[in-house]
Design a protein around this ligand. Sequence first.
Ligand SMILES: [Zn+2]
Length: 249
Amino acid sequence: MALQPPSPLDPVIEDWQRALCVVAHPDDLEFGIAAAVARWTGQGKQVVYCMVTSGEAGIDGMPPEQTREVREAEEIESARVVGVDEVEFLRLPDGILEYGVPLRRAIASVVRRHRPEIVITNNFRESWGGESLNQPDHIATGRAAVDAARDAANRWVFHDQIKAGLQPWDGVRQVWAGASPRAQHGVDITDTFDTGVASLSAHRAYIAGLGWPGFDPAEFLEGMSRAAGSRMGIAHGAAFEVFSLRWGD
Ligand SMILES: [Zn+2]
């Protein structure tokens, strides 16, 4: 029996001005989404990054206090490379994030402050496709980001934030999960692929700490971007699962 070819990806919408990327760890965006961010900042769009943790449990041979400092600096640099000059760190505990109301509350506050039209997170399905299991912090953060995008609109949810001066924000149109195995949308990153590689390469200490001999950021990213690109008839693509928060979008 012949294998089914992967289904084509529809282009994501690009008629927006502000996006907020919310992920669990420094490096999560750089493993596949950063080149798309470079495309959008190149179009004059505004993109803000929010890291739920500082990835302080991510380097085996380095204590968390030191790792936090190193990884926050690396993330700020990798954001700068793709045209993002605002990076927030919520500093929740790396490795043991829990999906629930406190995480929704923390992210809703960020959404209310930055008022994005698009919220971008990474894959929060159980696996990356096939047998490769996803990580619990990613699952918790992605689920909470979808919920927080809606929570932000309701003044009676996390009302203490409204009393403290924030306004409800009902302007999030869609939440996108990068590299989801259920992605049906994508964006052309052919022109910004190299910028995405430079952005991942900024995570020097983290990549060294992984201890993957011969790890090549370009080769790694190319594996993903070629696969997504082939579903769009282009050289390099980034795939997203799209969750619409509004009718008709
Ligand atoms: Zn991660």
